[in-house]
Design a protein around this ligand. Structure first.
Ligand SMILES: Cc1cc2nc3c(=O)[nH]c(=O)nc-3n(C[C@H](O)[C@H](O)[C@H](O)COP(=O)(O)O)c2cc1C
Length: 160
């Protein structure tokens, strides 16, 4: 199965770290959405789409990318993100619930383009947006080695 990972990550490049781990498991090329032509996505059977979260959704740049994808048939996709949800207070389960909601627009767009969503992954990412920078940010050090391990396990299960 030919797999491609498309990622948009800029704040602290934390989603990029997740993308690299997923890419290793799937033996997939990891490309930023800016580097990727929508037409070339059709060459892959499985495509992972990931970004940080802004205003409760995947980054607009990735949503715009997905919006411009050509119609596909018989393709599979998974989505992933890192978010600023404070995992230390909320716990991992709450982060997963939150990110699943945040992924909704991206998942719906991909489904409308003919992709079957086969999985999603979300974890905490370092966040220094707005006033948070004055307090040293939240989710410092995230994703950590445990998050990366979780990402690896997610991909390994999906691969099977
Ligand atoms: C402009 C901006 C808006 C953000 N909005 C949210 C948000 O609505 N919810 C959230 O959980 N995190 C939010 N974050 C935090 C990021 O999603 C988080 O830090 C993520 O790990 C960044 O990923 P990146 O380093 O790959 O860009 C926001 C960050 C920025 C810079």
């Amino acid at each position: 199965m030919k797999c491609l990972i498309v990622v948009y990550s800029y704040h602290h490049h934390k989603t990029q770290k997740i993308a690299e781990v997923l890419g290793k498991v799937f033996d997939a090329q990891v490309k930023s959405s800016q580097q990727t032509n929508q037409e070339e996505v059709l060459n892959y059977d499985l495509v992972g789409f990931g970004s940080g979260i802004d205003s409760g959704k995947n980054y607009k740049e990735l949503l715009d990318f997905a919006d411009k994808l050509p119609q596909a048939t018989d393709k599979k996709a998974f989505v992933f993100s890192t978010s600023g949800m404070p995992v230390g207070i909320s716990g991992q389960r709450r982060v997963e619930e939150y990110t699943s909601k945040c992924h909704r627009t991206l998942k719906e767009t991909l489904q409308s383009k003919g992709y079957t969503i086969v999985g999603e992954f979300g974890c905490a990412g370092f966040n220094t947006n707005k006033f948070l920078k004055y307090f040293g940010g939240i989710n410092k050090g995230r994703p950590n080695s445990e998050d990366l391990k979780q990402a690896e396990e997610f991909a390994s299960k999906l691969k099977k």
